[in-house]
Design a protein around this ligand. Sequence first.
Ligand code: ADP
Length: 633
Amino acid sequence: MKQASQAQEYANKQETLKKVFGYDTFREGQEEIIDGILSGRDLLAIMPTGAGKSVCYQLPALLMQGITVVVSPLISLMVDQVKALNEAGVHAAYINSALTEQQVSKALYNAMCGRYKIVYVAPERLETDRFLEFIMNVDVAMITVDEAHCISQWGQDFRPSYLKIARLIERLPKRPVVSAFTATATEMVKEDIMCILGLEDPKVLVTGFDRANLYFEVRHSKDKDAEVMAYVSSHKDESGIIYCATRKNVDKVCRMLQDNGIAATRYHAGLENEERKNNQEDFIYDRMPVIVATNAFGMGIDKSNVRYVLHYNMPQCIENYYQEAGRAGRDGAPAECILLYSPQDVLLNEFLVENKGQNTEFTEEERALIRENDMRRLKAMRFYCATKDCLRSYMLSYFGERGVKARCENCGNCGADYEEKDVTLICKDIICAVQECRGRYGANVIIGTLRGENNAKLRTYGVNRLEHYGAQRGASEILLKNTLEEMLIKGYLSESSDIYRVLRVMPAAQDVSDGKVKVLLKWNGQQDGTKKARASVSAAKGKQQTMLTGKGMALFDRLRKLRMEIAREEKIPPYIVFSDSTLVDMCIRLPFTKSEMLSVNGVGENKYARYGVRFLQCILDYTDAKKEKYYFD
Ligand code: ADP
């Protein structure tokens, strides 16, 4: 009975979106997914991190009769989600190893009495007697599998306990709707999810991987420390993550920031559990705006107001980079993702790939295959750092998205001041030199040969006897290097996937040699290849803030302080009270009444009931109840 009345309470999806979650409109894919679920169809949704997966199953869960069980691998994520739901006035609970047996019993008892519409559960718990007793005796409307790629051995995070989900579904007296969500898009993982979970004629929806609010940039950095310091100092009030490849770098960068008066903390697997947990909480609760971390940090963190993600080192693959960078701007407001690149990063990553998993139980053959795949992914990452074309389009194409625009106008490369230089002649010489060397050497030897360098190494190789030795004597090393990289990216050359990266000429190069195609290089004439992107960075910098006038910014700061005050009282992270973009919307709309406040994006009935009046009062005090325009068009 209780469940039926709850279902009636939320009659309509649009109204529920506004009332419960506080959003005016659905994001791409959300409505289609929700409609699919509500029509009773199984579903597989592939959406990038931050696209808004949770609403896709939480909202229909409220509209359906019965309970929705969400299987989720991460305790921190469950805790966060349940907190956010409770804040929004939805009763939900979680079952995981962080609870005592008594707490588990109580939560399941409450769930059986119909007090919760949504129950989160860790996969390990699915086959416990207590959980089975519960699930066999309630009306299960839907089983939702979050991070569904964990079911696949092809995925990077295979969890055997995920295999329990399919067994559980089979045992249920009535088959519920099964919905699966993931951000991993490869075909094999997709097929595994559908097969292993036994999805029946599922609706499969892949939403665009683009995150339009994220600005991407690669900086070819000589002094990364100075770069990080300058960036963080000019974004003092903003929350940011700095990823480093090694624990040592994490410690070093964190210390540097602290020594320079920045409230920064750190996270890596070498710290004691207690310290790790505290540091993570300091960051989530905005007590420390900056966290320096290895890639161990981030799974299950859905802090929505991260305004920037810096990479101190190049990550090992685009998949990891997009996931880590994607932790910026989850609230939809503009955020920056900047990768500080240096050639040493490639060596470091090659070392990490070479030394990965040596002690595991893989066979020699399997290890070789894994290594080759890793090297292939690393190469794509390197090309991301080298390309002069649109960074967004590079990544989206990598993820197999079709119809990607050639320019996004919101990345360092689109904003950079490049001219197009015809490098066809250089390319022809490179092709000849590689052919003359008969696939024995890598880029450095080829470039040295073309420039006619006279050093011991080249003399030993005997390249000074080649016909093309010195063919590009006057050209700068950086120009040749950039041209050669462009040829790799365009597929005119390829390189071996071992550490020697020996060059080979590809068939496509014939058209260049024959003069059928011209090769144009985006070039700004700078010696170190640094892009002249700074102007565009500051233009792109925190669009959300630059949209507000000085007075608007001051109000935004006040609202943030109030949010912090409430978060402390309620012991919840500030972004669960309201996201940054909701506060900005308040500064733009200047609500003075309840109905005006309810029109702010991100303010639902329940949040209004809890905090609305305090925010209204703050706005009224600040503006003296006079409507002015606090933003630029
Ligand atoms: P994911 O699980 O896909 O990584 P989340 O479900 O955590 O993403 O959502 C990311 C952010 O987007 C959250 O802060 C959430 O509140 C916000 N969000 C989700 N749907 C909407 C919407 N329709 N309008 C505005 N913000 C939304």
